[in-house]
Design a protein around this ligand. Sequence first.
Ligand SMILES: Nc1ncnc2c1ncn2[C@@H]1O[C@H](COP(=O)(O)OP(=O)(O)O)[C@@H](O)[C@H]1O
Ligand SMILES: [Mg+2]
Length: 252
Amino acid sequence: MIEARGLSKRYGDFVAVDDVTFKVGSGEVVGFLGPNGAGKTTTMRMLTGFLPPTDGTALIAGHDVFGEAQAARRAVGYLPETPPLYPEMDVQGYLKYVATIQDVPRSERAPAIDRAVERCGLGEVRRRLIGALSKGFRQRVGLAGAIVHTPPVLILDEPTVGLDPIQIQEIRSLIKELGGVGDHAVILSTHILAEVEAICDRVILIHRGRKVEDAPLADLTAGGRKLEELFARETSRDVAAPEAPAQAEGSA
Ligand SMILES: Nc1ncnc2c1ncn2[C@@H]1O[C@H](COP(=O)(O)OP(=O)(O)O)[C@@H](O)[C@H]1O
Ligand SMILES: [Mg+2]
């Protein structure tokens, strides 16, 4: 459903994303982990076709995000790091606008908006101005915008950042619900390990632009191992000596 093939992004001499390859299959919720600056947002922007890679390709539901941009765009819902919400629009108007630019046919727009409003718990605020909403509700509006055209693929960039604990719980269960629907695939970036343990089936860890781990959560936490330890070990490695054996076997 989501495929990165050798994705790389360079800014001058700086390599933000370095030859990243992975697949996310139908029914999976994958946590895309890494410290700040690891390259999560850059990778997600390439996966969604917002940023051209320096090398490699990205496919959404089998469509090349640049070669078949329209088909790829229809298949993906993207919650960017900073959702482009318009504070002067009301929730309903915003979702109508998003449904229109996502090519939802006119006759299907009203039911599509109703569905997104209902799924994201926005009923009580649908006539409110976005600028007047709390951060938690604005995040839900961003999610509603990402799912209004019922895409099978969701790419969510730090969906719970800046929320309070209750809002975090609500957004997490919403993501779990959305991802749990049969033929859906979700990848979400975060640096909160508890979030991954709460909602993800698999973990992809990147550090300094390179993929350093890709495994089912159950394998990574087998035998009571802590995700924190994996994270600390993988992200403290010097990139110049990535295979240092003393560190690679540090967890036993
Ligand atoms: N437009 C840009 N120009 C130069 N460097 C950039 C640009 N965008 C991102 N970077 C750098 O690429 C690295 C990865 O950034 P980012 O993908 O935002 O990381 P993350 O989302 O994991 O925190 C960072 O070091 C960031 O400063
Ligand atoms: Mg980021």
